[in-house]
Design a protein around this ligand. Sequence first.
Ligand code: ZN
Length: 463
Amino acid sequence: MDINEAKNNFRDIISKLNAFNHAAGVIYLDALTAAPSDTAEGRGKTLGILSRYMYDLSTGEPTRETVKYLLENTDKLDERLIRELKEFDRENEYMRSIPAEEYVEFTVLLNEADAVWHKAKEQNNFASFCPYLEKIFDTNRKFANYYKPGEDAYDVLLDRYERGMNKETLDKFFRSLRERIVPLIKKISQAPPIDDSFLHEEYPIYKQREFSDYLMKVMGIDRTHCGIAETEHPFTTNFNRKDVRITTHYHLNDFTRSMYSVIHEGGHATYELNCGEQYDGTAISGGNSMSIHESQSRFYENIVGRSREFIEYIYPEICRIFPDQTAGHSAEDFYRAINKSEPSLIRIYADELTYPLHIMVRYEIEKAVISGQAKVEDLPDLWAEKMKEYLGVTVPDDTRGVLQDSHWSGGSVGYFPSYALGSAYGAQMLQAMKKDIDFTAAVKEGNLAPIVGWLTDKLYRHC
Ligand code: ZN
């Protein structure tokens, strides 16, 4: 093998893996948006076969030889390719540590678990999802041990989402958040309540769809490269930097839920759509760590989307689309209503202030289950206990409790802290951004281009 041959081999492997990922991603998107409820079985078989091909292609001898050869000859390679090889090798080391059968089995399990979770959430039936959740936690622990034997399994999982992150750092981070947030929440609870009842009138779904289109336009999202669909739990997925999809969930009596989901997922999409073109189709394409990704979604959702200037800019359009519901209410009323801080049950609809406490509940539960201190079957009670302790709310059922998020059914353990870290990163980015551009003026004019431009220059284009 000479250097050019090795480089070509590597490009070929990455192209093939990207194609498999693309196919699996479309199947996954279809499962969550359009596929009828009882279709998981056939999809599971297909995903099992695809994941086996991906596993073999990634970990097989020809790939390992190619990567090894290139890493031994880095003096002949450019910096970008070296970084790509190192990232690929790191991911590969993880994959290789897992036996092929178990890797495929987990993919198939997740496909099934997702279908079971949807039904369990709908029917408030934790018992039906419990055996799947047990397997998901057990598998995560087992894979972490395969990958880094002897290391703390939860630390290994955290590091997969945010490199270098561990319990020690997060414990400190959450402690300092708690110390400041909890007294503030108490203080707010003693203030006169804010009336947000007009946000809970009926907002027809077809009009909410029209409003989503408007929001994406204000955010500068190119609709020829970014679609929107409807799912139980909103998310973003990207196939490449020219094909990004976001989803939302409409609630008839609570239209700002979807509004902030669209802005949140729109933040993820903005990142993906503005990633460096030179990285497209490489092993390092797409956004950086999950916390950096969430820093963008949370930045648009809270820092831009909940600002007075943004609300003042979009409020005339809200009034145009929903004249009856907003009659007699000013932009200031709307601004105050969407910034109302109040302990609540659902994470994704929580206000900016109480949100990190929702993350803390999940973080502590994951930590306890992975270390063996808590059993999965006890999670509904543990969840209710922690929600009472941190937020003072009573969890009425598992649908609005332990079953609310799709992360665990999707196999992700260790992901949740990314949201709280992302919120903190976003706040720091704002401080840096304000030194270079007039953030407030840009939002006031409804022209987010300078903000997107700054973030593209400092963050997005670097991947
Ligand atoms: Zn997000």
